[in-house]
Design a protein around this ligand. Structure first.
Ligand code: LMG
Ligand code: NDP
Ligand code: PMR
Length: 402
């Protein structure tokens, strides 16, 4: 055991992890980093990580933005003795990692030293500054340009990622826009209403295209995570604050949400920015479950969604009126008590990425007052399998996959 201890990195079991363990069932109490300790001991561990550098500076993205990305590729090292595989860093793509939850998660994962974070962001400079501001060190992240409001950009991102040669182990669909005060709809490059177009359709194409990359990865615990929310779930108080999420019979989605020959809203109603956001979160949670039904058995990938808590201080509320931005954090802190800091929420999402006790697929994770994770129940609409299938089929037509 002395030898084992000397060749293994130290185990950092955080408070939340311990609490999570008390709640969720775990197979191996000593497991860490997505690999059970017993598996880990079977493989040779090398602290060396080979790095291949490729400069993708000046690659032109589809929407005309010159994306700069210096790719640092953590190689898969095959250890010489007995040709056994050596544990390598995990590679995780996080969309919208330039602020809020995405940034806090990137930071939490990067500082473990066990993850290389690919930050999929629409604003390269902002992302670079954000990574620096939270003290992420260069070898732990790569920024790649991604504008989810453009399907060409999504395809270009996937192309760039594949050219980098990095394996893909975990994908986190986190980015979102929320336009509660918009009187008129705005649109993505392809003409979809912006909230559903970005939050759902952009991620839908991204995750479908990256699924093949994930299938190829040899990582022991592969996960595809789509961030959901309480406000899309009408089985909660928060989900009953008007306007409520409701996808109706999907007539607007079928029509392409373009406001020309169809409504901009999924249910065919009049434009409402707050409702469009909540509807998009329902689509996120339905998509996760449909992925699970279609691909979990075949690929072993764990598909999950989560509500990380109310992170009332993030950029999500940037379009809201100043009075709301002033009152919302104290309201959540002292009245609903649903408030969580960006740091705490980042640790929660990082658990869903890497905690060995959160490997169950098809699950919507939440955390209780003691910050322990539990499997939460989705609303009737957000767990409607027939609706999930329809949203999937319509979405694949809209993004050009079918
Ligand atoms: C929709 O309205 C809009 O229609 C839509 O366009 C979009 O903007 C969307 O989600 C965004 O909102 C939602 C609607 C819900 O409006 C509100 O939520 C507005 C806030 C209503 C609160 C009224 C009180 C305001 C007085 C402020 C005084 C502050 C004092 C409190 C101090 C707190 C800090 C210590 O509206 C409803 O459904 C109303 C239902 C009412 C439920 C009452 C529950 C009581 C909770 C306690 C109230 C605390 C108010 C804090 C306000 C924070 C949010 C601004
Ligand atoms: P932020 O606004 O801080 O973060 C959203 C991120 O998405 C930003 O990095 C933003 O980029 C990025 N983004 C927006 N549009 C695009 C686009 N077209 N292409 C690429 N990236 C884009 O909000 P949060 O951190 O709060 O939100 C993160 C997730 O958490 C969302 O999915 C949200 O629904 C969810 N959530 C948030 C809760 C909360 O209380 N805040 C509660 C429950 C769920 P940029 O920095 O360039 O603007
Ligand atoms: Mg809500 C337990 C009560 C609870 C929780 C956990 C949230 C979360 N909210 C709760 C209650 C209430 N909210 C009540 C009683 C009200 C009426 C005063 C209320 C209002 C409210 C507004 C206006 N809440 C909001 C808004 C927003 O604009 C936010 C939103 O809906 O964005 C889509 C929001 C939120 N409340 C939350 C959370 C997590 C949000 C952010 C939404 C999200 O990220 O999905």
């Amino acid at each position: 055991m002395a030898l084992q201890a000397s060749i293994l990195p130290p185990l950092h079991i955080h408070k939340e992890r311990l609490q999570a363990k008390s709640n969720a069932s775990i197979k191996d109490a000593t497991a860490f980093f997505g690999v059970s300790l017993s598996d880990h001991l079977k493989s040779d561990f090398s602290p060396l990580v080979l790095k291949g550098k490729r400069d993708l500076n000046q690659r032109k993205t589809a929407n005309g933005v010159r994306a700069q990305a210096t790719i640092t590729t953590p190689a898969i090292i095959k250890a010489a003795p007995e040709g056994k595989k050596t544990l390598r860093k995990g590679n995780v793509i996080i969309t919208g990692a330039s602020s809020g939850l995405g940034l806090a998660t990137a930071k939490a994962l990067a500082e473990t030293g066990k993850w290389h974070v690919i930050m999929g962001c629409r604003d390269f400079l902002k992302a670079e500054r954000a990574a620096k501001s939270v003290g992420m060190s260069k070898e732990n992240y790569t920024i790649m340009h991604l504008d989810l409001a453009s399907l060409d950009s999504v395809r270009q991102f996937v192309d760039n990622f594949e050219r980098s040669g990095m394996p893909l182990d975990v994908l986190v669909c986190n980015a979102a826009v929320y336009l509660p005060t918009a009187k008129e709809p705005t649109f993505t490059a392809e003409g979809f209403e912006l909230s559903v177009g970005t939050n759902h359709l952009g991620h839908f194409l991204l995750s479908r295209l990256l699924l093949d990359d994930m299938k190829k990865s040899d990582y022991p615990s592969k996960r595809l995570i789509i961030v959901g929310s309480i406000t899309g779930n009408t089985n909660t108080l928060a989900g009953n604050v008007p306007p409520k999420a409701n996808l109706g019979d999907l007539r607007g989605l079928s029509g392409g949400l373009n406001g020309l020959n169809s409504s901009t809203m999924i249910d065919g109603g009049d434009f409402d920015g707050a409702k469009a956001y909540k509807d998009s979160k329902v689509c996120n949670m339905l998509t996760m479950q449909e992925f699970h039904r279609r691909y979990h058995e075949e690929t072993g990938i764990a598909f999950a969604s989560l509500y990380p808590g109310c992170i009332a201080t993030t950029g999500l509320f940037r379009e809201h009126i100043p009075l709301f931005r002033l009152l919302f954090p104290p309201f959540q802190k002292y009245i609903t008590k649903g408030f969580v800091s960006e740091e705490e929420a980042g640790k929660r999402l990082a658990q869903v990425v890497s905690n060995p006790s959160l490997t169950k697929s098809g699950v919507y994770w939440s955390w209780n007052k003691e910050s322990a994770s539990f499997e939460n129940k989705l609303s009737q609409e957000a767990s409607d399998a027939e609706k999930a299938r329809k949203v999937w089929e319509i979405s694949e037509k809209l993004v050009g996959l079918a």
